[in-house]
Design a protein around this ligand. Sequence first.
Ligand code: BV8
Length: 249
Amino acid sequence: MAHAEALATLRERLAAAPRWCVLSGAGMSAESGIATFRDAMSGLWSRFDPMQLASEAGFRADPARVWDWYAERRAGVRAAQPNAGHRALGAYAQRHPGRLTVITQNVDDLHQRAGNTDALRLHGDVLGERWLDRCRRDPGCHPDWALAGSPPHCERCGNLVRPDVVWFGEPLPLAVFDAAQRAVDAAAVLLVVGTSGAVWPAAGLVARAHRAGAWVAILNPEASEVDDEADQCLRGTAATLLPALLDGL
Ligand code: BV8
């Protein structure tokens, strides 16, 4: 089926869908200048070992190195702007409240800044902070009160501040993951945008949607690990395909 025809039929399905979902990954923010993880050359994982940097053990082994890496990524997120793909999803949600659920693996805030303020963040918020350990002295102690440093720390008990993200080996926030599972169970269509589908349990949402009877469409310039679960794959980028699918809907 020609690309234009494939786009047109998917657009009709979205127009008719009472409820649908997007599952997004790093490719969603690539055109906003935020590096993806697996891109061979520029991807974060081609330059850094995820287990050393995005894990509790890695942070405890070298807190300053991990904190500085996240500080670099936070600066990149603050300097970035939502792209045409984020904006198309945000504008659609304004026009059709309650029909779209955005589920993201991204720890940036570009979906929220584009208007999808209720996006489900499976892997946390890189601009957020929390204590590494439960404060032994004062459970009410807040990370904002921490002494500045790399990383900031509690001057009384030495507790470290960590980014509010889900590291490898850590469970996803249960309430968020539950809400994501319920959303894909109720969806007529799932758009899988800019993810390699390599990270679990997020990747499992694609097969779950398919089992639940949703029409699964993948938007990605490359093949991904979840293509087998798809009813159609549209080869293209988030900032080009999403406006083509949603503008005017
Ligand atoms: C857990 C936050 C257990 C931190 C992240 C089952 C099978 C195998 C392994 C496992 C399994 N179950 C669990 C595991 C282990 C592990 C895992 O999945 N490992 C993988 C690597 C094999 N999972 C975990 O550890 C999870 N936790 O299992 O806990 C548990 C349970 C109960 C109690 C205790 C413990 C936690 C996983 C979350 C880790 N945190 N991020 C941080 O960001 O620093 S994951 C991080 O990497 C991102 O959030 C994202 O999820 C992932 C990167 O994937 P993508 O977003 O897809 O990005 P990628 O670069 O790979 O691909 C980009 C795609 O975009 C490409 O396809 C490209 O073609 C495309 N693209 C590029 N440009 C564009 C584009 N598309 C559109 N437009 C463009 N312009």
